[in-house]
Structure formats: structure tokens, C-alpha cells
Design a protein around this ligand. Structure first.
Ligand SMILES: Nc1ncnc2c1ncn2[C@@H]1O[C@H](COP(=O)(O)OP(=O)(O)OP(=O)(O)O)[C@@H](O)[C@H]1O
Length: 261
């Protein structure tokens, strides 16, 4: 099994605050990880390092057999698909769905004078079909619903056929129907043998697709637990992670958590 991401004793310090504290974690190509933890736990910071957008203050990070700090991140980034709120904010409201997806080939947000070959156009159209966006292909990004935008952004993240896909709160702001639709699509992606390794940050256990194999739980910049979902998604670990007594409910392969009375 090949390793796509390894963090060893990673610290990230800003001012006198440790955003990440001795984080060690690794992801294999066939794994699908969910990252959970309270607000401010350091989930997005950790994902930004995994996306080669941030460098650690201390520690070692290997991404796709390259060492952060010794690799040209502009060559590495196309091999990593990323969706996040800050990236979504960079897409011009007037950009069409097709252009939002295809421009990922050049790593730009907003089509200008770049040339796209027919392989790029075909791949963008294929992803638009895969994510059920055909009817929206000429619609402007700014006119889409939250759920439609999330699907466009995931299609865009997959445009470069990445070896690692990082999703930062992909279901944030969706209603129950939109969430369930996205969970089902992510579940299908997780099951695909051709899919990249996936890491998804979320706040809600209901958003964890059943096919996700591993969980990383973080609190105050540190790892509380990391491992197969069946081993680490326990009431004890979740209670420690969120700092309150939690009851874990499992319905089939889905989860929900409630305060323990
Ligand atoms: N540049 C910075 N300088 C100082 N503190 C920062 C900086 N960037 C982030 N932080 C702090 O680091 C902590 C971790 O932030 P991060 O966004 O990684 O957490 P998170 O787990 O993703 O939170 P949330 O679930 O609320 O999105 C937070 O307390 C945040 O305020």
C-alpha cells in the first residue's frame, strides 16, 4: 500500500500560539479519512499543510513522495485536489460552471487567455456529467445554490486527476436533502477503485459517508486519535475530542452524536 501523506511531529506556530502541536499522521492511497474536532482544533490548518499551501514551523511533511520545503509547490499542487471556503471565494461569480471546472487545469480561478486542449475540455465535461451538472454547464457560478456549488467545486478539484483529494467542510451550509445527496456521491467516490485518497474535514458525524475508512480526531492542535473508523469512533474518544460527554448513535454505517445526560 503506498503512502500519499505523512506528517511527523508537525508544529505550526503563529505568534505565541501553537496551531498544531506534534501532529503525526499518515494516509495511504486506498484510505478515505474524515477529520473531526471542535472549532479551532486546527483541522483546516492541518489540511492547508496537506495541500502544500502552508509550511510547518517544525516537523516533516511528505506529500506524494515529495518533501515539503524541498519541492516546488507549484508542481506539487496540481497533484492535490482541494475544496475549501477560501478557494470557493476566489471563483468569480460570473464564471460559468464549465470554466470553473476547466480552469483548474491551469490552477487559476477565472478563465482568461489560457489555452485548453481537447483533453481538458473532455475531462471537464466528463466531470460535469459525473457530478450531475450537465443542466448547469453554462450557468454562472454565482447563480448556483449551495449544493450545486459544492458539486462544482468537487468536480473542479478532480480536474487534474489528483492523487490526493482534500475536502474542507464540503457539506457546510447544505440542507438535509443536499447533505444526503453529497454524502451519497462521496460514498460512491470513496468506493471507486480509481478514486484518489480522500481526506474530508467535517463538523457533523452525519456527514461522514459510510465508505470512509479512517478517522482523525483533533483537539487544540493535537491528535486525540487516528485509525480505522470502527476503532476510533467511540463515545469515549468523541467525548475527549469535544470536551463534553457524548453519546454516539450508529444507524447502519452512519453516525450521529448527542450530549450524554
Ligand atoms: N494566522 C493565524 N494567526 C493566529 N492564529 C491563527 C491563525 N490562523 C488560524 N489561527 C487560529 O488557529 C486555530 C486553528 O484554526 P483552524 O482554522 O485550523 O481550526 P479548525 O479546526 O479548522 O476550526 P473550525 O472548525 O472553526 O473551522 C484557531 O484558534 C484560529 O483562530
Amino acid at each position: 500500500m503506498s503512502t500519499v501523506l505523512t506528517m511527523t511531529d508537525v508544529d505550526l506556530v503563529r505568534g505565541n500560539k501553537k496551531l498544531l502541536d506534534q501532529v503525526s499522521w499518515s494516509v495511504n492511497a486506498s484510505e478515505r479519512w474524515v477529520v473531526l474536532g471542535p472549532n479551532g482544533a486546527g483541522k483546516s490548518t492541518m489540511l492547508s499543510i496537506a495541500a502544500a499551501r502552508l509550511h510547518p514551523t517544525r516537523g516533516a511533511v511528505e506529500i506524494l513522495d515529495e518533501t515539503l520545503g524541498r519541492v516546488d509547490v507549484f508542481e506539487l499542487r496540481p497533484r492535490i485536489g482541494l475544496t475549501s471556503a477560501p478557494l470557493a471565494d476566489q471563483i468569480p461569480a460570473s464564471e460559468t460552471v464549465l470554466d470553473t471546472v476547466v480552469t483548474a487545469a491551469w490552477g487559476v480561478a477565472g478563465r482568461w487567455r489560457e489555452q485548453y486542449d481537447s483533453d481538458d475540455e473532455q475531462r471537464a465535461h466528463q466531470l460535469i456529467r459525473d457530478w450531475d451538472l450537465q443542466k448547469l454547464v453554462d450557468r454562472k457560478f454565482g447563480s448556483l445554490s449551495s449544493g450545486e456549488r459544492k458539486r462544482v467545486l468537487i468536480a473542479r478539484a478532480l480536474m487534474t486527476d489528483p492523487e490526493l483529494l482534500l475536502l474542507d467542510e464540503p457539506a457546510a451550509g447544505l440542507d438535509v436533502g443536499g447533505r444526503e445527496d453529497l454524502v451519497e456521491r462521496l460514498n460512491e467516490l470513496a468506493a471507486s477503485p480509481t478514486a484518489p485518497a480522500v481526506v474530508m474535514v467535517t463538523h457533523h458525524l452525519e456527514e461522514v459517508p459510510p465508505g470512509f475508512t479512517h478517522a482523525l480526531l483533533m483537539r487544540e492542535g493535537s491528535v486525540v486519535a487516528a485509525g480505522p473508523v470502527g476503532e476510533v469512533m467511540t463515545p469515549e474518544v468523541l467525548s475527549e475530542t469535544y470536551g463534553l460527554p457524548l453519546k454516539l448513535v450508529r444507524v447502519g454505517q452512519r453516525f450521529a452524536a448527542f450530549r450524554q445526560d
